[in-house]
Every structure is written in structure tokens, then in C-alpha cells.
Design a protein around this ligand. Structure first.
Ligand code: C2E
Ligand code: MG
Ligand code: MG
Length: 867
């Protein structure tokens, strides 16, 4: 109810009602008080006035009775003598000093006055002829009663009432007969004084009206007539014989005036109302505050609940009796307890866990309460249903000094985080595809295995296994098939080793194996052999079966190295040797490999130097059109003569440059230089020779800045016919990225030629996928001409195929006339080889071209003679 009152409009209404009630109460109280005061005041005035009236009536009655006495005297002795009258009057006047004189007026004419002295003027006054007195006198006569008139101004000064009484005498016939009147002025001053009207300490102000005894009809003759208008007036009649006066009075002082009580009542009620209003206002403010506070608490609670839900953190509070006095909803939900507010025992708190887990948990709390120790721990709890739950429990001790200590803390279900943690750990250490340890974990394991081997003085082997031609499986059968193949390979590797050995996926198609605790190297050889043989079985990455081999390199601890890094490098080098020897096999690392490796490293440094110092040159080898015998094209071939004059074969340094990633620089340099030379030559000799440049697979696959410069340079070429020679490997290894560049080259009018055709990969599908325009049959076929009928047949079919595919055919490495003749007979259009021209520097090329073109010396003659 109070709440309702303090709310909104009701509050304003209640303020108004209280204000009105307060005002009414204040008025009622003060009016009642004023009434009471006025009643008291009236009583006082009435009492005082009553006294005065009584006095007045007594005094007048007294005087009148004396006058009446005179009348009675005359009635009784109508024949009195003036002396008798004087004696009688003297007696009367001596008894009543207010009486001024006594005058007798037989037949209404004044005939005797006592005392006479000073009143002589009145003798002989005929009342009926005196305007001032006639009415009053007639009233006396008519009424037959004594009448008081006045007050009148006395001739001798002062004011006086005149009391007149008729005097009757009994006539001879026995009838009552008016004799005349007796009149006596009564000194008003005396009457006033004796009645107390002149007292100074009067509590009332009095006025009297009724001049000539006319009651309230007569004029005021005493006091301030203004008081008659005062609402506090009290009036009463004064009987004065044959007439009356009205005596009125008001209190001299207002009993309310200067009386603080009314003000006190008003002030008090006002203060009371104000106090109530203020209290209400304060209460309202308090209610508002409470409301705001409640809202904050509500919001905070809601916020905390939301935070709890989001973070899966619950709160709790435990007393010294091991009871959870508070347990948040989230905490209850984590512990699978029903929601509610009631306290929870430690037993119930642990009810979801199996006995051993519950005991560990209980001990945690019991000890914390017992020893006042905070805790912050993660616990793996086994639930009754057999699953596990990771809980993070935190507790703070609230009062360490007292025995009645309490614990307050948080409980968090961190199972998901733990799962994520272990997943992250797994992902950081294991390969997602094969489930094998990854490179990082492999290094760790190898490190540990090395320490163990060192400690126990045992041997250890590292195998580096690379899947042969994996790229072609990936490209031809798709990545899913590639993945499936890798999984199968990893399983076959695992099948060949002991469980204690480690196999890891090192990178894409590379696996590494640690074989520990070996007593002879032949064991490792046997394992490697088993692996090779196992791989010879067909794989089934798709419905189609696939054949796939591996190359395995092996390094040994402590023979080859005693650290992780070197052991891996050496196994890799051994594997590289296997690859070089035609793949599908295994090999131990040898000292020779080391020498070769060091030589290559040395060569690399020298090559880098040569490149920086511009020591590389470009030679040109003419390609001859068989039909005309004239030069149609030149192949640019890089040459390196060391400062000591020794020539390094391109076969040798180009593989090093490819390995170390500087081949793009060489290709770019050759392109720039060769273009410049051939453009110059064409200009000088007014010819249109085509230039053919070699590019490494890296240039098409490694999108470095140099590769971009290379491409940009080709875009700027104008009027120069260009062929780019690539090996089949490029098209197989990373078909997608090669395709983009080859397409652009094709757009730019550049011919794409397949170099060393026949030595690479079996698939021929790239002819339909890429914009290839010519093929160069590898030297290894050409030099079998006249030696092997099979090779000859192969050459023939290659030329036939090229014809069908509309490709230009160039035969490389033509060294003899016989070879030239054979090729010419087959219809091979272009030839290149020592027999026709060796690679030569630019200056020689110019001379050769001059002879060939300008001098018109035609090879056609040679050709015809050769055939
Ligand atoms: P290639 O592109 O197949 O070049 C033809 C190779 O055969 C050249 O060897 C050439 O000198 C040699 N040759 C030509 N006619 C005969 C012959 O009648 N008998 C014999 N025995 N050999 C002949 P070279 O110049 O030693 O180059 C070897 C390989 O190095 C080249 O094979 C090419 O793959 C690569 N190469 C050369 N220059 C460059 C280059 O500037 N960039 C790239 N990426 N590779 C290059
Ligand atoms: Mg070539
Ligand atoms: Mg070649």
C-alpha cells in the first residue's frame, strides 16, 4: 500500500490530499480555538456588563425611589407647606447626593424648587410651553409612570438625567387626579462614576443608548457609539422605571490579539503538514533509490548470470560446517544439481562424480576450511556415467582469523577448453592427414632418441623417404587421390618398422623415420629394402590402381652425424642421390655424397659471385631448317668460364642454381642478353631469325620478382620471334601455375617448345591442355640412330605424332651425317647439333649467319650428299 502511494500519480495525489487535509485540520483547529476564546471573551464582557447594568439599575432605582418618595409625599400631603417641602427635600437630597434638586410642578408649572439657590430660573417654567421638556413631561403624564429622560445639559453646568414622576391626589369625589409632576435631575456623572463606568481599569468598553428612556431607539449618550458595529458586541437592557436603556460593551482588548496560540496552531499545523510532505518526499526518494538500487542489483545479477553462462563459471560460498550457503545457477548446472536457493551439502556437491573423484574433491574443501588455505586447481573428474569433466576450482578464504571461516570461490567447466587445448596440441604436433607426428614432433623425438642412444652407446638410423612422381598422381588423379595415396604410403612405412620406432610426415610427399637401437646397419638396409618392395605393390587411392615408388636415403648415428639437423640433411642427400640414379631405391649416406654436397655448395658460392660480377655469357646454337638447309632459329645457352679459365658445364651449375633458387636470375639475364643480340643480328643482316630460350621450371613456379621481370621483358619485345623451351616436368609438376604463364606467353605470340622430349613423363595429355607449338626430340634418342632399331622406331613415332598434332619437330644433338639423313628422311623439319653447328658466341654466330645466309651456302647440299 505504502509502495503504491509512493508511486507515480498516486504519489502526487497523496501529496495533494495531505495538503488539503492539513489545511482543513489547521483551519478547524484554529477556528475552534478562536470560538473558544470568543466565548470566553463574551462571558467576560457579559459578566462585567451585567455588573455595570446592575449598578446602573440600582442607582437609578435608588434615585427614582427617592423621587417617588417625593411624589408619595405630595400625594399624601397635597396641602404641604413650602417649609415642609424644603425639610422633606433637604432630607432626600442629603441622602442622595446625585440628585441636583427637587422641583415640584403643580399643573405642569414649576412652583417650588429645593434648593432654590442657583435654580431660580426654573421657577415658573411651564413644561407644556417648553419645547425641550414638553414631550417627556407629557409621556410621564400619559403613562402615569415615572420616566427618566436625558441626559440633558444642566443650566448650572454638567449633565443630568431628569427623573420625573406624576403626582396624583385623591379628589373630593374620591377619584385620583393629576396634581402635577415632581422632577429631579440626577447627576449623570455621579451615576456613571458610581456604576463604575468611569473606572480606568475597565476590561470592557461600554456605550449606552436610550436617551429619554427610549431603549435602543434612543440616541447614544455614553461611550463610543462606534462599538455598536463591533461583532464582538454584547448588549443588555437597563430598566429605568418607565423606560429603558441599552447598554452595550465590547472587550477592551482582543483576547486573540497578541495571543500566540493561533499562530502557534497555524505554524504547528503548517510545520506538521510540511513535515509530512517532506517525509513523504524523502520516502518517495528512498523508494526511488531503492527501486534504482534494486534495478542495479537486478541488472548486475542478470549480467553476472549472463557472464556465468557465457564463461561457464559458477560462484559458491561455503561455511565452516561445509555447507554451500550459496551456489549459483551456473554452478548447479555444472554439477548437475537442481536449480534453487537452498543450501547444498558437500556430499551433494560431489554427487555427480564417482567415489574416487568425489573424495579428492571433498578433501580439497575440507582442507581449505580446516587450514584456511586458498586453492586454485584444475581437476579431471570422473562422472558416474563414465565420462570425464575438467573442472577449474578456485577458492578464497574469507576470514582467516576466525574459526568460523568461510570459503568463497568459482567453479568452471573447462572441459571444452581442455579438449581444444589437446586438439591444438595434437594439431601442433601431428599431421592431420595421416595422423603421424609432424616435423616439429619428429625433431623432438629424434632429439630424445639421440640422447638415449648417446647414453646407451647404441646406433640409430634416420630414413628420409620421398614418394616418386607424387606430383603426377596429384595432378592426374586429383588431390583426394593424392591424399589417399599418402595415407597408404604412410601405413606401408609403419608396417615395416617396430612400434617403438617413429615415422613422421616431414612435408608434402616426404616421410622420415627414426629406427633406434640398431646393432648392425644391415638391419636398416633390410627395412629399407622391405619398404621399397612393399611400395611396388599397386596402390588404390581411387578405383583405378596406381603404381608408385619411393626413394629412401639413410643416415646413421653416430657414423654420419651426432645432431638432429645433420642427420636429417644427410639422409636427405642420400635420398637425392637415389633420385638422381633413377628413383625407386634406397641408399646409405656416403662420404662421396658429402664431397659432392660440399662441392655443390662451393660451386654455388662461385656462381653467385659470377652472377654478381657478370661473368656469365650467352652462346647461341643454330637450329637449321632441313628443307632449306638455312638457319631459322638460335637456341640461347648459358656459359660460365671461371676466372681461372675453367669452363663449368651448364648441366652442373644450372642444377645448383635451381636448388638454391638463383636460376631465375640466370634465365632473366640470358633472356635480356640473347634478345638484344638476336635483334641486333636481325637488324644487321636484315634477317628474321627466331630466338629460343630455356627456362627452368622454377621460373614458372616461383612467382618471385625476377620471374615477373622476365615476363615483363617479354611483353616489351617487338618484332622478335621467340620460343620458350620448357621440359615436360614443368607441365606435370604444377600444371595450374604453369598454365597461366604459358597462356599469357601464347597470347604474346611466343612459341612453347617441349625440350628433351621423350626423357620425361609418360603422359602426353599436356599437348591438349597447353599451347605447345613444337617439340625437341632428346639427344639420347638421336644418338641411337643406326644403333638401336627400337629408338629409331620411337623417333619415327614421335615425328609422326608431331605431324598429327601439328607440331614443329626439332631433333637435338645431331652429330653425324647419318643421323641427319635419317631425320631428313623421316620428315623431321628442324635439326640442331654439333654436326651442323656447335653453340658459339655472338660474334661467331654473326659470321656463321653471314656465310649461311648471305653467301647462300646451303646445308641442303650437305643434306643431299649425306642422304
Ligand atoms: P638443352 O636445352 O637441351 O640444350 C641443348 C644441349 O645440348 C646444350 O648443352 C648443347 O650444347 C648440347 N648439344 C647441342 N648439340 C649437341 C650435339 O650434337 N652433341 C652433344 N653432345 N651435345 C649437343 P648445354 O649448353 O651444355 O646445356 C645443357 C642444358 O642446360 C640445356 O639443355 C638446358 O637444359 C640447360 N641450359 C642451358 N642454358 C640454359 C639457360 O640459359 N637457362 C636454363 N634454364 N637452362 C639452360
Ligand atoms: Mg634447350
Ligand atoms: Mg634439350
Amino acid at each position: 500500500m505504502t509502495e503504491w502511494l509512493l508511486n507515480g500519480r498516486a504519489f502526487l495525489l497523496s501529496l495533494l490530499v495531505i495538503f488539503i487535509l492539513g489545511y482543513a485540520a489547521q483551519n478547524t483547529l484554529s477556528l475552534r480555538y478562536i470560538d473558544a476564546v470568543r466565548t470566553e471573551e463574551r462571558a467576560l464582557v457579559t459578566e462585567r456588563l451585567g455588573n455595570v447594568r446592575y449598578q446602573l439599575e440600582s442607582l437609578i432605582t435608588n434615585n427614582l425611589s427617592l423621587i417617588n418618595g417625593v411624589a408619595a409625599f405630595v400625594s399624601s400631603y397635597p396641602d404641604f407647606t413650602p417649609a415642609q417641602f424644603q425639610t422633606y427635600a433637604q432630607t432626600v437630597l442629603s441622602r442622595e447626593p446625585s440628585l441636583v434638586n427637587l422641583a415640584l410642578a403643580p399643573n405642569l408649572v414649576v412652583s417650588q424648587i429645593y434648593p432654590l439657590a442657583g435654580n431660580e430660573a426654573a421657577l415658573g417654567l411651564n413644561y407644556l410651553q417648553n419645547a425641550d421638556q414638553r414631550d417627556a413631561v407629557l409621556r410621564v403624564v400619559e403613562s402615569g409612570e415615572m420616566v427618566i429622560a436625558g441626559p440633558l445639559q444642566l443650566v448650572q453646568g454638567g449633565f443630568a438625567f431628569v427623573g420625573r414622576a406624576p403626582i396624583y391626589v385623591t379628589a373630593a369625589n374620591g377619584e385620583k387626579q393629576l396634581w402635577g409632576i415632581v422632577s429631579a435631575p440626577i447627576l449623570a456623572e455621579n451615576i456613571y462614576r458610581d456604576a463604575g463606568l468611569l473606572d480606568d481599569d475597565q476590561e470592557i468598553r461600554i456605550a449606552i443608548r436610550g436617551r429619554n428612556g427610549l431603549g435602543n431607539q434612543g440616541d447614544f449618550f455614553f461611550g463610543d457609539q462606534e462599538i455598536v458595529n463591533n461583532p464582538r458586541l454584547v448588549s443588555m437592557p437597563v430598566n429605568i422605571g418607565g423606560g429603558s436603556w441599552e447598554i452595550v460593551a465590547i472587550p477592551t482588548q482582543d483576547m486573540l490579539a497578541g495571543n500566540p496560540l493561533v499562530t502557534v496552531v497555524r505554524v504547528f499545523t503548517t510545520i506538521a503538514v510540511l513535515a509530512i510532505l517532506i517525509m513523504l518526499g524523502l520516502a518517495r526518494r528512498q523508494v526511488d533509490r531503492d527501486k534504482a538500487f534494486k534495478q542495479i542489483i537486478f541488472r548486475n545479477e542478470k549480467f553476472l548470470r549472463a557472464v556465468e553462462t557465457v564463461s561457464h563459471v559458477g560462484g559458491w560460498r561455503m561455511n565452516s560446517k561445509l555447507m554451500f550457503t550459496e551456489l549459483s545457477d551456473q554452478a548447479r548446472s555444472i554439477l548437475d544439481l537442481p536449480a534453487g536457493d537452498e543450501m547444498v551439502s558437500l556430499q551433494a556437491f560431489c554427487s555427480a562424480f564417482d567415489e574416487s573423484s568425489a573424495e579428492v574433491m571433498r578433501n580439497q574443501f575440507v582442507n581449505a576450511i580446516k587450514f584456511g588455505e586458498r586453492f586454485d586447481t584444475e581437476m579431471c573428474m570422473h562422472l558416474l556415467d563414465g565420462s570425464t569433466q575438467w573442472l577449474h576450482l578456485k577458492a578464497e578464504v574469507l576470514d582467516t582469523a576466525s574459526k568460523d571461516r568461510e570459503l568463497m570461490g568459482a567453479i568452471q567447466d573447462v572441459s571444452l577448453a581442455k579438449k581444444a587445448e589437446s586438439l591444438i596440441e595434437y594439431q601442433a604436433n601431428y599431421d592431420a592427414l595421416t595422423g603421424l607426428p609432424n616435423r616439429a614432433l619428429f625433431r623432438d623425438r629424434l632429439d630424445t632418441a639421440l640422447l638415449a642412444a648417446q647414453r646407451h652407446s647404441t646406433k640409430l638410423a634416420v630414413m628420409f623417404i620421398d614418394v616418386d612422381n607424387f606430383k603426377s598422381v596429384n595432378d592426374n588423379l586429383g588431390h583426394d587421390a593424392g591424399d589417399a595415396l599418402l595415407i597408404e604410403v604412410s601405413q606401408r612405412i609403419q608396417d615395416c618398422i617396430r612400434e617403438t620406432d617413429t615415422v613422421a610426415r616431414y612435408s608434402g610427399d616426404e616421410f622420415v623415420v627414426i629406427i633406434g637401437d640398431i646393432n648392425s646397419t644391415s638391419v636398416v638396409g633390410r627395412i629399407a629394402n622391405d619398404m621399397s618392395e612393399m611400395m611396388n605393390e599397386p596402390f588404390h587411392p581411387t578405383e583405378r590402381q596406381v603404381y608408385c615408388t619411393v626413394s629412401i636415403g639413410i643416415s646413421l648415428f653416430p657414423d654420419d652425424a651426432d645432431d638432429v639437423e645433420t642427420l636429417i640433411i644427410k639422409a636427405d642427400q642420400a635420398m637425392y642421390e637415389v633420385k638422381k640414379d633413377g628413383r625407386n631405391g634406397w641408399q646409405f649416406y656416403t662420404a662421396q655424397m658429402k664431397i659432392e654436397s660440399e662441392y655443390r655448395h662451393h660451386l654455388y658460392n662461385e656462381l653467385l659471385n659470377a652472377l654478381n660480377e657478370n661473368q656469365l655469357q650467352v652462346y647461341f646454337q643454330p637450329i637449321i631448317d632441313v628443307s632449306t638447309g638455312s638457319i631459322s632459329e638460335c637456341e640461347a645457352l648459358v656459359r660460365w668460364q671461371k676466372q681461372d679459365g675453367q669452363w663449368v658445364s651448364p648441366e652442373e651449375f644450372i642444377s645448383v642454381a635451381e636448388e638454391r633458387g638463383i636460376i631465375n636470375r640466370i634465365d632473366f639475364l640470358v633472356l635480356q642478353s640473347a634478345c638484344e643480340s638476336i635483334q641486333k643480328l636481325n637488324k644487321t643482316l636484315i634477317t628474321d631469325l627466331r630466338l629460343s630460350v630455356n627456362v627452368s621450371s622454377r621460373l614458372l613456379h616461383l612467382r618471385d620478382l625476377v620471374a615477373q621481370d622476365w615476363l615483363a621483358h617479354i611483353r616489351t619485345l617487338q618484332g622478335l620471334k621467340l620460343t620458350v623451351e620448357i621440359t615436360e616436368r614443368i607441365l606435370v609438376e604444377d600444371a595450374q601455375s604453369a598454365r597461366r604463364i604459358l597462356d599469357e606467353l601464347h597470347q604474346l605470340g611466343v612459341n612453347i617448345s617441349i625440350d628433351d622430349f621423350g626423357t620425361g613423363y609418360s603422359g602426353l595429355s599436356y599437348f591438349s591442355q597447353f599451347p605447345v607449338s613444337s617439340m625437341k626430340i632428346d639427344r639420347s634418342f638421336i644418338n641411337k640412330i643406326g644403333v638401336s632399331a627400337t629408338e629409331e622406331a620411337l623417333i619415327e613415332s614421335m615425328v609422326l605424332m608431331a605431324g598429327k598434332l601439328n607440331l614443329r619437330v626439332v631433333a637435338e644433338g645431331v652429330e653425324t651425317a647419318e643421323q641427319l639423313a635419317f631425320l631428313s628422311k623421316l620428315g623431321c623439319s628442324f635439326v640442331q647439333g654439333y654436326y651442323l653447328a656447335k653453340p658459339m658466341p655472338y660474334e661467331e654466330l654473326v659470321e656463321f649467319a653471314k656465310v649461311n645466309i648471305i653467301n647462300g651456302k646451303s646445308l641442303a647440299e650437305d643434306l643431299s650428299s649425306a642422304s
